[in-house]
Design a protein around this ligand. Structure first.
Ligand code: EPZ
Length: 415
């Protein structure tokens, strides 16, 4: 089984260039299904989830070409075939196929999603939205069956602020008859990225980034070219690694505004941060003050960054409280940090973290961001080698992680 080995202690120094956002890419690729002609995506990250989606679209009959960070998708010959098993189970974001296939063909049979299993990931709000548009939905044999004679615009109030449900509803509503209003919509930058693509394809979507999104359905959508926004979660992870190793790193090719909550919290810790137009320079300090962190929906502190942030909080000189208000039990990485000497207690949806030096150990990543937490922890350990298994999780969300960290002076390698 492949593993990452880290001989920590070196301060990270230099520049890291951030790639396109995973959580945009896994929605933009299926969104291309809605177009009648070729969609070109630029700034695509090199991730296993992207590769799986490329295979999935090919299985539906699309012609997909990849060259470096560009993907060309010709969906003209695409057809809706039942996909109850296979690749759909390899990633959570396969649920976007439901909205895209429903929007284009009025039907979809898709296996229930797989992906990160840190806690149950319901899709009741997605189903509520599809039914509001006039679809019949049933779950048979581990797959969701969705069918609509005609999709008609509707007003949908999401009970839960959900990134996936908001995007899936936009996909299904883009070609519905009439106007759809999504109330209590999520505001993440990746949602804006998807709406930008859809509007470039001829959709009529306004209000994205606020809690009310209006979609006026159109009869057809055409191809376009779109560049994916930078990955704010990847960027936040490198910022945290720079701070945790007391380094000096320029995190480049980002949109600093997307990281405002993380930047503010790191400044409270005592990290020094210089803001540039498309970059943030992160300079570590010897002493960090304990802080309380609340993971919330955007523009709050991102839940996807709470895991690596926990590793940074082990480096403070006091006790911090980290609470995740989005997912109630996203702390499966904590026992692994405790194996490295971390002093962390779990209480409900909070982790109480007492600053303490970490030591090398053999640990296991249980999901994508848990893996990031363990890498950050390993980078702080001054003697010995930390071994991390579950590398396949990390490769889902961080392209070129080993190369990037080694380029910043870390002693890290795959074995
Ligand atoms: C997206 O997941 C991201 N994944 C997650 O990133 C991210 O953690 C999450 O949004 C929150 O920001 C992708 O974009 C592919 P949600 P998603 O629907 O859409 C509940 C990563 O590490 N909920 O916004 O699945 C849900 O249980 C991944 O990159 C329902 O109750 O998240 C959660 O408590 C992990 N019913 C809350 O809403 C539903 O129908 C937010 O979930 C849907 C969600």
């Amino acid at each position: 089984m492949e593993k990452l080995l880290i001989a920590g202690g070196a301060p990270l120094r230099g520049t890291v260039t951030i790639s396109g956002a995973k959580n945009s890419a896994v929605a933009l690729i299926p969104a291309a299904i809605l177009a009648e002609s070729t969609v070109i995506l630029d700034n695509l990250p090199d991730l296993s989830d992207v590769a799986i989606y490329s295979e999935l679209l090919t299985e539906f009959g699309a012609v997909v070409e990849r060259q470096a960070d560009q993907m060309k998708i010709d969906p003209s010959a695409l057809r809706s075939v039942p996909m109850p098993n296979g690749n759909v189970k390899k990633l959570r974001a396969s649920y976007y196929l439901m909205g895209a296939l429903l929007g284009r063909f009025g039907e979809a049979v898709v296996g229930l999603p797989g992906g990160c299993n840190f806690e149950p990931r319901p899709i009741d709000q997605h189903i509520k939205g599809f039914e509001a548009l006039g679809a019949q939905v049933s779950i048979e044999g581990g797959a969701i069956h969705i069918r609509a004679k005609e999709l008609r615009g509707a007003k949908v109030y999401l009970d839960v602020v959900s990134v996936g449900a908001t995007i899936n509803l936009m996909l299904a509503a883009a070609r519905a008859k009439g106007v759809t209003i999504i109330e209590n919509a999520a505001k993440e930058p990746e949602i804006i990225d998807v709406a930008t693509l859809l509007n470039s394809m001829g959709a009529r979507i306004i209000g994205v980034g606020t809690e009310t999104i209006r979609i006026e359905g159109v009869d057809s959508l055409h191809g376009c070219r779109h560049s994916i926004i930078p990955d704010r979660i990847q960027a936040g992870t490198y910022m945290i690694a720079a701070a945790a190793t007391r380094g000096d790193v320029l995190v480049d090719n980002i949109i600093p505004k997307h990281l405002e909550a993380i930047t503010a919290k790191m400044l409270e810790l005592g990290v020094r941060i210089e803001e540039h137009d498309e970059a943030l320079r992160v300079i570590g300090s010897e002493v960090y003050e304990p802080v309380d962190v609340k993971a919330l929906v955007y523009p709050g502190f991102a839940t996807d960054i709470q895991s690596p942030m926990c590793s940074l909080l082990t480096q403070t000189r006091g006790t911090s409280v980290l609470t995740d208000y989005v997912f109630s039990s996203r702390f499966k990485y904590v026992p692994e940090l405790v194996r490295m000497g971390a002093k962390i207690k779990l209480e409900g949806r909070s982790a109480i973290i007492e600053g303490s030096p970490l030591r090398a150990a053999a640990v296991r990543a249980t999901d994508l961001r848990a893996g990031a937490a363990l890498v950050v922890a390993g980078l702080t350990v001054k003697s010995g080698i930390t071994e991390i298994t579950g590398v396949e999780y990390i490769d889902r969300g961080y392209d070129r992680l080993v190369e990037n960290l080694a380029g910043l002076g870390a002693e890290i390698w795959r074995a």
